[in-house]
Design a protein around this ligand. Structure first.
Ligand code: SF4
Ligand code: SF4
Length: 64
């Protein structure tokens, strides 16, 4: 099953992945008073790689 992994050392919380994922795999959560983009529903991922391709920070890798 494919699933996206976010490298938080690169993520800028731009939310592009939240917008482009057709399966709503990502979500924005508040952690310690700050917004954080999380992989909320990894099991929903269909491996389309839209997130990986469109992340402006190259912070996402989709694992097979
Ligand atoms: S698209 Fe990339 S940089 Fe933007 S929130 Fe998602 S993982 Fe972070
Ligand atoms: S590969 Fe496609 S379905 Fe999976 S998280 Fe990325 S955008 Fe969503």
């Amino acid at each position: 099953m494919p699933k996206p992994i976010i490298d938080y050392s690169k993520c800028s919380t731009c939310k592009t992945c939240v917008e482009v994922c057709p399966m709503e795999v990502f979500a924005v959560e508040e952690v310690d008073g700050r917004e954080k983009v999380v992989v909320k529903k990894p099991d929903e991922c269909i491996g389309c790689r839209a997130c990986e391709v469109q992340c402006p920070e190259q912070a996402i890798k989709v694992e097979d």
